[in-house]
Design a protein around this ligand. Structure first.
Ligand code: ACO
Length: 316
């Protein structure tokens, strides 16, 4: 398969570090030096589905195909207002598509997981011509906004790609390592007269140091894996697009790979961590900013709660 169009959408509200200083015991300096984040776009009066639909429409416009040409829609999402139906079903109706849809929760690695499923569809179903992947996330609704160690990290947004047939995706590697205690959120379901067990309900819990270490080691393993699969070296890669979780994680991975910062574009300063949307948003910025040339070798790499990780080598 190959990517034939990209799109993204952000909420209207910009929340700067200085705005957070007003109600949290934090500082612009701490957040910028520890994470690389200066501001983030936050959902206020929009619905996540509005962002998802806008990102999808922009990706379709960029691809030159119409919604009616889509054969499958995958939406990567961790939380939204609906338990059911899946967000992908809502997107399908609003963009005017008629194809089957599915949601996937691969946490922050959801874009790479979606690409792998799409690739399998192209390989196994010969009538599939176009697949839409939309990553739509509102992690700012998962955190406790009085917990300075988590709420400063996240932003909301949506990124999308339209995929067509081609030979541009050279390798994808996925791993899952069950490790709930480092990063999780639990919520209560509706009560029944028969429930006797204790159930937890609360905001996102994160052991930042654990996530940092896991992120660096797993990303390096996955990146080296897809590069080896593609029979190229790390120096042949033109762009490394990493999950935008923390600039220090990105820099640690870059230094371990002994690469220059130009090869590791980032936009975490503007958007914070938008979960699985972060890579397609960055990809869209690079595509629309004419930063990608035909044939450029791109490595995507992400990690998320689970612990899910994945990397992909593709040629633009
Ligand atoms: N402002 C000021 N001080 C703070 C803040 C804040 N916002 N947050 C924490 N601190 C304090 C701590 O309380 C601590 O104080 P203490 O020394 O008095 O105890 C001090 O700063 C240092 O805290 P650390 O946790 O050691 O800071 P660290 O340098 O490790 O940075 C961070 C923390 C940014 C969370 C880092 O560990 C990190 O980025 N980890 C990875 C996070 C991540 O990628 N999560 C992915 C989630 S995405 C998903 O899948 C949903």
């Amino acid at each position: 398969m190959r990517i034939i169009g990209t799109g993204s959408a952000h909420p209207a509200l910009t929340v700067t570090n200085q705005m957070l200083e007003k109600f949290l015991d934090t500082s612009d300096d701490w957040i910028r030096t520890r994470t690389g984040i200066s501001q983030r776009q936050l959902i206020s009066d929009e619905k996540l589905e509005d962002l998802a639909v806008n990102a999808a429409k922009r990706a379709l416009e960029n691809s030159g195909i119409s919604a009616g040409d889509l054969d499958f829609i995958i939406c990567s999402n961790v939380v939204n207002e609906y338990i059911t139906p899946a967000l992908s079903c809502i997107i399908q109706g609003r963009i005017g598509a008629t194809c089957p849809c599915i949601d996937l929760n691969g946490a922050c690695a959801g874009f790479i997981y979606s690409l792998d499923i799409a690739e399998s569809y192209f390989s196994s179903k010969k009538d599939i011509k176009h697949i839409l992947v939309v990553c739509a996330e509102e992690p700012t609704r998962m955190v406790d906004w009085s917990d300075r160690s988590t709420c400063v990290l996240f932003g909301d947004g949506a990124g999308a790609v339209v995929l067509g047939r081609g030979d541009n995706v050279k390798s994808i590697r996925l791993t899952t390592t069950s490790k709930q205690e480092s990063l999780y959120q639990q919520r209560k379901l509706e009560h029944t007269p028969f429930i006797t067990k204790e159930e937890a309900d609360g905001p996102l819990v994160m052991k930042g140091h654990d996530v940092f270490k896991l992120a660096v080691s797993s990303s390096l393993r996955d990146i080296e894996g897809v590069i080896a699969d593609g029979n190229i070296t790390k120096h042949d890669v033109d762009h490394y697009l990493l999950h935008q979780a923390n600039i220090r994680i990105i820099d640690t991975i870059r230094e371990s790979l002994d690469q220059c910062s130009e090869k590791f574009p980032n936009n975490i300063e503007k958007y914070g961590n938008t979960s699985s949307a972060s890579i397609p948003i960055l990809l869209d910025e690079m595509n629309k900013g004419s930063k990608l040339k035909k044939g450029d070798k791109i490595v995507l790499s992400a990690f998320g709660a689970g612990f899910t990780t994945g990397a992909c080598l593709l040629y633009w």
